[in-house]
Each structure stands twice: as C-alpha cells, then as structure tokens.
Design a protein. Structure first.
Length: 103
C-alpha cells in the first residue's frame, strides 16, 4: 500500500516515476508552456490523466485538445506525444504492465 500526494513530488525533470509494481507503473509528466516532447511508442498500454494545464496530444497522427480533467487512453505501440502546450501541463501516466517490462 502506498499513498502519494502529487503536491509533495519534487521536480526531477520532465518525468518522475513514483510507483512501480509488476502490473503497473505511475509517474508524473511536467510539460512547460511551449513544450513539444517527441516520444517513442511504448510496448505497454498507457492512460494519461491531465492534473492541470492545457495543450494537445497527437495520437497516431491525429491531434486532440486536452485540459484539466481529461483522460486519454493510448494502446501499446501507438505513436503519441504532447505538444502545443498553452498552460503548463501536469499529467499522470499509468503504464500497464509497468513501463519497459514488455520492451
């Protein structure tokens, strides 16, 4: 059992993983305004939850606007990345199974 308060997480760059068990991993992405971070597709399914901010996510060649409260599911191996950030984004990302376990 583990309880984490997002406000207590220290900035450690763009991504901070704070929970890992075999079935899933959980981390926090921080994308400042103007960020366009290319990502390689992961071998695991991903769910993003936008904690705060506004921007866009490109998924498999299509763009979608996201803002606080948005939930995005990205299947394994599908190209995706956040871009056009207009308000600093904080995004929780859940990997299942844990990130890099299927790579």
């Amino acid at each position: 059992m583990k309880i984490v308060n997002i406000a207590d997480l220290e900035a450690t760059g763009i991504y901070h993983e704070f929970l890992r068990v075999p079935a899933l991993s959980l981390g926090l992405y921080k994308h400042p305004v103007g960020t366009n971070v290319p990502q390689d597709p992961h071998a695991e399914d991903e769910v993003y939850y936008v904690v705060s901010g506004n921007g866009k996510i490109a998924v498999n060649g299509s763009d979608y606007s996201v803002s606080t409260g948005a939930v995005v599911y990205v299947p394994a191996r599908v190209p995706h990345h956040f871009h056009s950030v207009t308000t600093d984004l904080q995004v929780l990302v859940f990997f299942s199974p844990a990130e890099h376990t299927l790579a």
